[in-house]
Write a protein that binds this ligand. Structure first.
Ligand code: TYM
Length: 354
């Protein structure tokens, strides 16, 4: 059976400063995947307006994510970096997927429930349809692998469901069009136009937690700035935030099993491991039995070693917005060429005249 060509796609929203969670859960993996795959990295500005419609400076927010990508080591000449709204097929395919996905699927999304809160009737329709736009982002390029943090897992399952339903519903026409590949779902043979995407959520820090509460995700939107390390924090702030990070009174365990029930310790060891490209077991082999008073300065040092050069490079890039805009424009043109091809296929399969 033939296979879809491997391609990596992922996206980051231009809302608020990026955190260490975004870096370790996503961007660091984006960088590593460049060696083995063709990659497309998108700044998802259409997603940014789902929760809040009006943004103070969306253009510069978008540029700053591009700067973070490039400063972290993403090469926009070998791969593609662009902003979502510049390729109109994202919204076009999302519309089709709004008609593929079921309302019940959307209602089950925990992120929608969290973000919409108690007053669901007052949430934007876009917030509810958010995962269908996300599926469109990925499938517009027929991407096979998507590196994300753990919080995006459910959305990626939905993208798989959408791809599968489209392939099943249109199987015959996909076959006739000659645009698909043979696939088997359970015991059902279908012609697949879209791949069933694999999420890449592995690594020691798939879910970086708040520095103030190890049971809550580190997030851009937490009211306490002490809860997170931002990619733009200077050394002094990083020192302070790690010094104030919540811990427990016990020394670190020597085995990973000893981290169970110790959310804050587990989180800090995971962060250390991800920053140094080690496993948690490796970190505990070095620091097992040591007190936090010894571990925290070591963690601060590796955090600064990683973030300070990125920070400096981001600032340099942000001084030249025209340069960033040119990179995004070039990326959008290259992404647009692929997107147009896929969308034409979708139109032919559905039966839209063009
Ligand atoms: P966003 O912008 O909220 O976050 C970007 C990436 O950072 C990861 N992340 C984390 N990982 C570990 N620990 C944390 N505390 C943490 N916080 C954030 C997220 O999992 C994500 O990978 N819906 C997506 C953007 C998106 C997308 C896509 C992703 C739109 N279309 C298509 C992949 C494919 C989002 O809001 O991510």
């Amino acid at each position: 059976m033939s296979k879809f060509e491997e391609l990596v796609f992922s996206g980051v929203q231009p809302t608020g400063a990026l955190t260490l969670g975004n870096y370790l859960g996503a961007i660091q993996k984006f960088v590593a995947l460049q060696d083995s795959h063709n990659c497309i990295y998108c700044i998802v500005d259409l997603h940014a307006i789902t929760a809040n419609l009006v943004h103070e400076d969306l253009r510069n927010q978008t540029r700053s994510i591009a700067a973070a990508f490039i400063a972290s080591g993403i090469d926009p000449t070998k791969h593609i970096v662009f902003n979502q709204s510049a390729v109109p097929q994202h919204a076009e395919l999302a519309w089709v997927f709004n008609c593929v996905a079921r309302i019940g699927w959307m209602n089950r999304m925990t992120q929608f429930k969290d973000k919409a809160g108690k007053n669901r009737d007052n949430a934007s329709l876009g917030l509810m349809a958010y995962p269908s736009l996300m599926a469109a982002d990925i499938l517009l390029y027929r991407a096979t692998h998507v590196p994300v943090g753990d919080d995006q897992k459910q959305h990626l399952e939905l993208a798989r469901d959408i791809a599968q339903k489209f392939n099943i519903d249109f199987s015959e026409r996909i076959g006739e069009s000659g645009l698909g590949l043979d696939a088997v779902y359970g015991d059902k043979a279908v012609n697949a136009f879209f791949p069933i995407t694999e999420p890449l959520i592995d690594g020691p820090a798939p879910r970086v937690m708040s520095l103030r509460d190890g049971t809550k995700k580190m997030s851009k939107s937490d009211p306490s700035d002490l809860s997170r390390i931002n990619m733009t924090d200077d050394e002094e702030l990083i020192v302070k935030k790690i010094r104030k990070a919540k811990t427990d009174p016990e020394p670190l365990p020597s085995e990973v099993a000893g981290l169970e029930g110790r959310a804050e310790a587990d989180n800090l060891v995971g962060i250390f491991a991800a920053l140094t490209n080690k496993s948690k077991a490796d970190v505990l082999a070095d620091y097992g039995g040591k007190a936090f008073s010894e571990f925290k300065p070591a963690l601060t040092e590796v955090a600064i070693d990683t973030l300070a050069p990125i920070n400096a490079e981001m600032r340099k890039l942000m001084d030249d917005p025209d340069h960033i805009d040119a990179i995004l424009k070039d990326g959008s043109e290259r992404a647009g060429a692929i997107a147009e091809k896929t969308m034409n296929g979708v139109k032919d399969i559905i039966g839209f005249l063009r």
